[in-house]
Design a protein around this ligand. Structure first.
Ligand SMILES: *Cc1c(COP(=O)(O)O)cnc(C)c1O
Length: 399
């Protein structure tokens, strides 16, 4: 059979065709009224998509660039900070704050776990200047309790800024930055907004902007205050990724359009984002139901499963790489193996952004074929068990 390459990875994610067309048409210069109009519009759309009144800054970088910017702009050498880590991306926070000379307290849980609020509370010091955490840890498919952490910081009257890497959390989890009091929320282009890698964005609270007046870690390309000044004029400080910004606009139009009505044919970004989250949750729940019915164990604890990606544990004594390779060679379906210390032990199927019912059913069907072909030791395996569970979930729950 012919094979169509399909990404089921938690970034990059499948591309929205309308965004690809917008990219191809975006041969405009960035110091022109045309660009300023587009940039101003996309920044306003992005605020609605994030669901915040705070300023949003776009950087021409991968998501890690925005993570670095939040550390370099918000801290000074010697600052005491708290890092909450339970996976590969949490470890990135720990490395970053170290690179910028912070004194880090680290709450580290094993891969696949999350922290309790008591553990966070115990690690929080009077001097803690910032807390760094993921909304969803893409390496393990686990969701962290951002609302709970934000409430805790408030109830402790902590001066610590809450910095959340929501690179896979945005568009897969309901997040209310302003109501909860999150200070920085970070997103990336190759995740829920369905465009290629190369842009990151941060929503930044007034408290965090104030902090930047007093911090003195070195920064130049990622100077957020400089970007804010330029953004107010519809420009970026340096040559931006014009094509990706055009793509982002098209993608946000599409997301808004998911909530279109007869009275409001262009839709609404806040409602569209909710639909996108519901969509990811449905795809994730179908996948979990299928994996469980096929006899797999899920990696994330019950109740803390991220809708961004489902991490599925390979049966005892087998290598998850066999399934990853099998899906690629037989069906050109790209799923990811475990990251870091989980390599070989689990594989991850993503649900971020441009995935639908069809994609979800297809990957479950393909997984059944690969289990059969590789004779994976799942004692109760039968063709269709995963598909039936997913179909039933969809019939009973999907909106
Ligand atoms: C993808 C991802 C990143 C890193 O983004 P890059 O664009 O690869 O730099 C950071 N955090 C999380 C949770 C991610 O999923």
């Amino acid at each position: 059979m012919i094979r169509k390459t399909r990404l089921f990875t938690p970034g990059p994610t499948p591309l929205l065709p309308a965004a690809q067309f917008a990219m191809a048409a975006a041969d405009i210069h960035h110091r022109t009224p045309e660009f300023r109009a587009m940039y101003t519009r996309v920044l306003a759309q992005l605020k609605e998509f994030v669901g915040t009144k705070n300023d949003v800054i776009i950087l021409s970088s991968g998501g890690t660039g925005a993570m670095e910017a939040s550390v370099s702009n918000l801290t000074s050498p010697g600052d005491r900070v708290l890092v909450l880590t339970a996976g590969k991306f949490g470890e990135r926070w720990a490395s970053l704050v170290k690179a910028f000379g912070c004194h880090a307290d680290v709450v580290e849980k094993s891969y696949g776990q999350t922290f309790t609020l008591d553990e966070v509370k115990a690690a929080l010091k009077l001097e803690t200047r910032a807390v760094f955490v993921q909304a969803t840890e893409s390496s393990t498919g686990v969701r962290h309790d951002i609302e709970g952490i934000a409430k805790l910081l408030k109830s402790e009257n902590s001066e610590a800024l809450l910095v959340v890497d929501a690179i896979t959390g945005l568009g897969t989890t309901h997040l209310d930055m302003d109501a909860w009091g999150v200070d920085v929320l970070i997103g990336g282009s190759q995740k829920a907004v369905m465009i290629p890698p190369g842009l990151s964005y941060l929503a930044i609270s007034p408290r965090a902007w104030d902090r930047m007046e007093a911090t003195y870690n070195p920064r130049y390309y990622f100077d957020l205050r400089k970007e804010r000044k330029n953004a107010a004029k519809g420009e970026s400080a340096y040559t931006p990724s014009v094509a990706l910004i055009a793509a982002l606009g098209a993608s946000l139009d599409y997301i808004a359009g998911q909530a279109a009505t007869a009275e409001n044919p262009k839709g609404d970004l806040a409602e569209g984002r909710k639909k996108l989250v519901d969509n990811a949750e449905t795809c994730a729940a179908m996948t979990r139901a299928a994996a469980t019915a096929l006899g797999f164990k899920l990696f994330a604890p019950k109740g803390a499963e991220a809708a961004a990606a489902t991490a599925i544990v390979a049966p005892e004594g087998t290598d998850s790489g066999t399934l990853v390779k099998g899906l690629k060679s037989q069906f050109a379906a790209i799923v990811t193996d475990g990251q870091g210390e989980m390599k070989g032990q689990l594989f991850r199927i993503a649900h971020i952004g441009f995935f639908d019912y069809m994609d979800t059913i297809a990957i479950i069907g393909a997984l059944e074929q690969v289990i059969h072909k590789t004779k994976l030791p799942l004692p109760n395996f039968e063709f269709g068990k995963g598909l039936i569970a997913a179909q039933k979930f969809f019939a009973d729950h999907a909106k």
